[in-house]
Design a protein around this ligand. Structure first.
Ligand SMILES: *[C@@H]1O[C@H](CO)[C@@H](O)[C@H](O)[C@H]1NC(C)=O
Length: 252
């Protein structure tokens, strides 16, 4: 138990620390920098202390003190919150740890974001409740985090939407697929909206129901085949004519 006490008295010294005893106690501390703006104005530093997988107390730099979650955590928070120097030091982590780290991470990861290739297509329906299914796929994007949503006449559709998870391609890129089942209405506008770190604006792909690309491709392949067939037939015919006119018939 003495080791455990020591650890709790000096949580600041460790980014993550472990105590493994023969009976398997596990104490650790997790520090997080949470932000969503590029100027880091909303940066929050969090540090959580857990024991045997249970988060017992947490420090949030916006709150400025520890808040106990479990009974034991409440007691620890009470004790730690008496230490003003500790609290000030933790609050300062927003500037001393989070913002400098975020700058490094952003220039090496976020700013290397790769724009997804978005493809909207019509797919064969399963035995769904609606006659039509659209699939919106985003390929080869980085990093993993992405949001794919559907708009029908400008309003977000949430029912009859099925999405896969982000799937790793195995080469640092990811792909994701989302299906919308719907009953077509004339004159409506359906769009797939992809939001990703690589683009400041959402990527919007509008559905053009006039002729699906697959059908266009089939027609193109079919007509190329037909033209090729005619050319070969014509060449054969010309060759045959030339041969037969040059041949001398020898009677038996
Ligand atoms: C930190 O605390 C503030 C104020 O209570 C709260 O709004 C915010 O959601 C907390 N942040 C996190 C990441 O928990």
């Amino acid at each position: 138990m003495s080791l455990l006490k020591l650890l709790i008295f000096h949580p600041i010294l460790m980014l993550s620390a472990f105590i493994g005893t023969a009976d398997g106690y596990y104490e650790y501390r997790m520090s997080e920098c949470v932000y969503s703006t590029s100027d880091y104005s909303d940066m929050v530093y969090l540090t959580s202390l857990s024991f045997n997988k249970v988060v017992e107390l947490q420090f949030n730099s916006t709150v400025g003190k520890f808040v106990g979650i479990t009974e034991d955590g409440v007691k620890q928070a009470e004790r730690l919150n008496k230490d003003q120097a500790l609290l000030q030091g933790l609050k300062a982590q927003v500037d001393t740890l989070c913002r400098p780290n975020a700058q490094i991470v952003d220039s090496s990861v976020r700013d290397k974001a790769v724009l997804p290739k978005v493809k909207l297509s019509s797919v064969k329906q399963a035995e769904g409740r609606h006659p039509a299914v659209l699939m919106c796929s985003a390929y080869e994007f980085y990093p993993e985090r992405i949001k794919v949503s559907w708009l029908r006449d400008g309003k977000e559709v949430t029912t009859d939407v099925t999405s896969t998870m982000e799937m790793a391609d195995g080469d640092w890129y990811y792909q994701i697929h989302s299906e919308l089942e719907y009953t077509p209405k004339s004159g409506e506008k359906i769009s797939c909206v992809v939001e990703h770190a690589s683009s400041p604006q959402p990527i919007v792909e509008d559905w053009n129901p006039s002729m699906p690309e697959v059908d266009r491709n089939k027609i193109a392949i079919g007509s190329s085949g037909l033209v090729l067939g005619i050319i070969i037939a014509a060449a054969g015919l010309i060759y045959y004519k030339k041969k037969s006119s040059g041949r001398i018939l020898v009677p038996n």
